[in-house]
Structures are given as C-alpha cells and as structure tokens.
Design a protein around this ligand. Structure first.
Ligand SMILES: [Zn+2]
Length: 268
C-alpha cells in the first residue's frame, strides 16, 4: 500500500508540483510551515486510493511531517482510526478550507471583472477586445504583475500612441518602462538615453562613439551597474554595431569598448 501511494506521488510531473507549490506560496497548507524550513510534498486532497486525480484542484502543498501523519492515518487499522477520529474531523475541516483556498486561487486566476473592464476600454479606444484564451491569459498575467490600474493606463497610452495593429504588442514594454520610472528614476533616465542611442546607431553608424560614451557614463554609476535591462540594451548596441560596421577598425574599437564595460559590469 505504501509502495503504491509512493509510486502515484512520484508520478506527478515537476511542472505540476511547481504549479501547486506556487499556488500555495510554498507553504504547507495543513500547518503553515514554509519552505525551506520544511521539505514540502504535494498531497492529494482526495486520496488516489479513493479515486482522487492528479488535477491541480485535488493537489495541495504539505510538509513532510503533515504528509506522513496523513499517510499513517490512512494506513491505520480500524482500532487506531476510531482513536484518531477527532483528528480526522479536524483534518476534514482543514481539507474543506483548503478546497476553499484552492477555489479562491482559481478565482484569482480568472480576473473576470478586470478582463471585462479592459475589454470595455479596448472597445472604446479601438473597437477591439481581448477574446482568445491566449490573449486573456496574457492580460491576466499583466494584471497580476502590474495591477489593473497600471494595465489600463498603459493600454490607453498604447492605443493613443501606436496604430491599432501594433498597440497591443507595445503594452508590456510600456508597463515595464512605467514601473522602472516609478521605482528607479535614475535607471529610467539611463535606459532612455541608452535605447535612444541604440535607435540612432541603427540608422547612423557614426553614433557609435556617443553610444560608447553613454554606456561608459552610465555603467560607472553604481546604481545601474548590475541591472539586467542595462545589460540587455548593451547587448542590443553590440549586435547593432556588429551588423553595421564593415570597417574592421571601427568595429574593433567599438567592441573593445563594449567588452570592457560588460566585463566591469559582470564583476561583483
Ligand atoms: Zn505541515
């Protein structure tokens, strides 16, 4: 019996286990213990032996202690079951609450009122709506990450600034920029300068000197030294430089400059 249960548990994919842990915020849903204080398992709310499946709704995060307690109880003989009836009742209560918690999370997943609000806005701005599952999932992700108000603001900005076909795709970048602007104004200025330099460099190769100067300037500022966005933009500069420069000398100079800055940023 023990062997059988173990085999079933091992049968859960890592992806499923991760989804359950994320949903439960990596916390044992029976006792509240959190990883990494305890080793977490994924437990079946309705046991596999009783026909419980491997769906996310039937899975819950539990610590090893709570999990083994439950297994022992399930494996107990009849006399021990009667002795632990009170415990079983309270476990049942907990299970119900866990089911509610799971329902609550599922509700959060849906964000239906928020999606409705977004659709009303999209309808007004451009006579479009978020209709496919893929788009809805994308919108939910943005809402969770940035909040409805920021998403609505960025949608408005996108549809005012870009043509209809492009606007939707611009929203994540607008959200990222706004977040950086609010949380780190200096970094925002840095990224703006660098990306506009990259933009110019794309069209006018002679700007490579200015790009290099800006990168050096900003990377000397300790504030932005290890920011992933800066590294990304430097990568962009570099790839632009690679494609633009036929002249070996100019390219080598540029590349040496970028390598120097990138290397200094990599040091911690
Ligand atoms: Zn526990």
């Amino acid at each position: 019996m023990t062997k059988c249960l173990k085999i079933k548990r091992i049968g859960l994919s890592d992806k499923t286990r991760f989804e359950v842990f994320k949903r439960d915020k990596f916390m044992c849903q029976y006792c509240g213990a959190k990883a990494p204080d305890v080793v977490l398992n994924v437990d079946h709310i309705k046991p596999v032996a009783d026909g419980g499946n491997n769906g996310l709704l039937n899975l819950v995060t539990s610590c090893r202690g709570c999990n083994s307690g439950k297994s022992d109880r399930l494996l107990d003989d009849a006399s021990a079951v009667s002795a632990s009836r009170a415990q079983a009742d309270s476990l049942q209560e907990r299970r119900q609450q866990i089911q509610m918690l799971a329902d609550w999370h599922i509700g959060l997943e849906c964000c239906e009122p928020e999606i409705d609000a977004i659709n009303a806005l999209l309808n007004k701005l451009a006579n479009v709506s978020v209709s496919t599952d893929e788009c809805r999932a994308h919108a939910r992700k943005l809402i969770k990450q940035y909040g409805l108000s920021e998403v609505m603001h960025s949608i408005t900005a996108a549809y005012n600034q870009y043509v209809k076909d492009e606007a939707w795709g611009k929203i994540p970048a607008i959200l990222r920029w706004r977040k950086v602007e609010q949380e780190n104004p200096k970094l925002h200025t840095c990224l703006k300068e660098l990306s506009s330099a990259t933009y110019r460099l794309n069209r006018h190769p002679q700007y490579y000197g200015e790009c290099a100067r800006l990168i050096t300037k900003w990377c000397d500022s300790s504030l932005v030294k290890f920011d992933v966005n800066v590294l990304y933009i430097i990568g962009e500069c570099k790839s632009v430089a690679r494609t633009m420069y036929q002249m070996r000398e100019a390219f080598t100079r540029w590349d040496a400059e970028v390598e120097k800055v990138t290397a200094s940023m990599g040091k911690k």
